[in-house]
Write a protein that binds this ligand. Structure first.
Ligand code: 3UK
Length: 539
């Protein structure tokens, strides 16, 4: 790698100036031959222009409701938007451009346009409110925004408190201002010749607590993610049609629903609402073959699988939270498909431990993805032997680079990325998730992993969803407390509490059983499908 020596193309150096100091960065490893990146690299050019140049211009790139763009059409649209950014809005390389919208072809074209222009895409989750947008705009000193008109309200409310954000252009309904301007531009654009280690994405963490962290990613990080997990574990091909629920503002969605399909010349379906019901209908409608969503979504979809034609579906990816063994089994029974589980993080861009269909093991996440190394460390940073629970540590071609954030020192220690997860390696070398390190329950001297108790509860036919946390207790320090959503037709009474407690005792070591069970109509979740255990703990 000699890209360090290559001159940055950024005229506005805000992001580069706020990278962690060299000694605070994780160690990067580029052992695979496919990770030898040139010093100059623009990932949008790699994903779109290179495909068109290779003769794929007439292949379908992006599908949506009422939209079918070939690679050539996607290139033309992204180029026109890039011209609007540069010629009309004065975007220069290094500017931070906020993107706001539900997943749609236009949002994808905007992302590519920002990156082609050498600027930095700052995605925002559709459900964010004005005050959360203000925080992001302030932290990233956002200069421009492209916003779906239907989600403009909260951004408009935020604007008076966003002095750096001077230019906002809206796309889609009602005004389609961006489309009108883009249509007036020629379909060509000279991509900014960025360095491989120029920043092109700032992805904000969902921030369960505290101020969200801006994770910065280089052009080469995007291509590195595309070179590791997809060809070695997912193994989709160019005739696949990708679909799923995670927002493009979440790197799980950005990779799975845009970068990875484009990297192999496949097609991506971008739909705005991907609730279990609409996702199943869209799989049937678009003949989708590769699906990305969260464990709870697979669980919810199983009940409705029979009402849809899912013949086209061949690969299902789960990430965001641990995949309970019960959910893996339910989905396999309903569809015949073995889910590909993978743990990834916003800091590392995408998945770094995963198992393909052949290596899938209920209850385990899988093996380190080629290109990445994984270890289990104790609190002093020493590597632990198999069977012992410790802190998951990762090294690879991508890694944590927070935007001006002291919490860099929590995530990166001695060159390792510490994800905040407690894991163990079993006798087969499989990595087995235990809990978030701060979600371990210590009760009467036992360490109990909440997700393991959840996994046991989910095996019971009356349980729709559940969340298990530690609750302060005078005698035991903490007790195991379960919040349970029952399936329709089951009574939330004392008899059910006893039934579930006995069931857990018969399924896992009896000391792990939930001493308290509370029934709830629903559980608190993030927009990315993660259970918000901290909200349950506060309850
Ligand atoms: C948890 C998992 C067990 C784990 C993500 C794939 O989730 C993503 O990024 P986030 O920054 O959260 C990271 C944390 O989520 N987690 C994710 N996947 C799994 N735990 N099994 C899993 N399969 O605590 C991790 O540290 O929101 C996932 C790709 C890109 C992503 N950004």
């Amino acid at each position: 790698m000699n890209s360090r020596a290559a001159a940055s193309a950024h005229v506005d150096t805000f992001a580069r100036d706020r990278l962690p100091a060299p000694e605070a960065l994780p160690e990067f490893i580029f052992e695979l031959p496919e990770l030898q990146f040139p010093a100059r690299l623009n990932c949008a050019a790699e994903l779109v222009d290179r495909r068109v140049a290779a003769g794929d211009g007439e292949r379908v790139a992006i599908l949506g409701h009422g939209v079918r763009w070939t690679y050539a059409e996607l290139q033309a649209q992204a180029n026109r938007i890039a011209r609007v950014l540069v010629e009309d809005l004065g975007v220069v390389p290094g500017h931070r451009v906020l993107l706001r919208g539900a997943n749609s072809p236009m949002l994808a074209a905007c992302w590519l346009a920002v990156v082609k222009a050498g600027a930095i895409a700052v995605g925002t989750m559709p459900l964010l409110r004005a005050r959360e947008l203000v925080t992001i705009v302030d932290k990233a000193q956002v200069t421009h925004a492209l916003c779906d008109g239907r989600l403009a309200e909260e951004l408009d409310l935020a604007l008076p408190q966003c002095p750096t954000l001077t230019k906002v252009l809206k796309f889609c309904a009602p005004s389609a201002e961006l489309e009108a301007r883009a249509a007036a531009k020629p379909p060509t654009f000279t991509n900014v010749d960025t360095a491989a280690d120029d920043i092109c994405v700032i992805a904000f963490t969902s921030g369960t607590t505290g101020v969200p962290k801006g994770t910065m990613h280089y052009h080469r990080d995007v291509m590195a993610a595309a070179a590791c997990w997809p060809p070695h574990v997912l193994r989709a091909d160019r005739d696949d049609v990708f679909i799923g629920s995670p927002p493009l503002a979440f790197t799980f969605g950005l990779g799975g629903l845009l970068v990875f399909p484009l990297a192999i010349g496949a097609a991506a379906v971008l739909i705005e609402k991907a609730t279990p019901d609409t996702l199943l209908a869209a799989i049937a409608q678009f003949r989708a073959s590769v699906c990305f969503t969260a464990p709870t979504s697979y669980r919810a979809m199983t009940a409705q699988v029979a009402q849809h034609d899912l013949k086209s579906l061949r690969k299902c990816v789960s990430a965001g939270e641990a995949l309970p063994a019960a959910t893996r089994l339910l989905w396999k029974d309903a569809t015949g498909i073995e889910i590909i589980d993978g743990i990834g993080s916003t800091e590392l861009f995408h998945i770094f431990i995963s198992a393909d269909e052949a290596h899938a093991r209920p209850g385990a996440t899988g093996l380190p993805v080629p290109g990445y190394r994984a270890a289990i460390l104790d609190d002093e940073g020493r590597e632990l032997p198999p069977g012992q629970v410790g802190r998951l540590a990762i090294k690879g071609p991508t890694g944590c680079k927070y935007l001006a954030d002291e919490r860099q020192a929590n995530y990166v220690q001695r060159g390792w990325n510490l994800t905040g997860d407690a894991y163990l390696v079993d006798a087969d070398g499989q990595f087995v998730y235990q809990a978030r390190t701060d979600d371990m329950i210590i009760s009467g001297g036992y360490n109990i992993a909440g997700p393991e108790v959840e996994g046991a509860l989910l095996l019971h036919p009356a349980v729709a969803e559940c969340g298990v946390v530690g609750q302060a207790d005078e005698a035991r320090g903490q007790i195991v407390k379960a919040y349970v959503v029952l399936k329709p037709g089951h009574a939330a009474d004392a008899a059910m509490v006893k039934t579930l407690q006995d069931f857990v005792k018969a399924t896992v070591a009896p000391y792990k059983y939930p001493r308290e069970i509370e029934f709830r109509p629903a559980l608190p979740r993030t927009e990315t499908g993660k259970l918000q255990r901290f909200k349950l703990r506060e309850a």
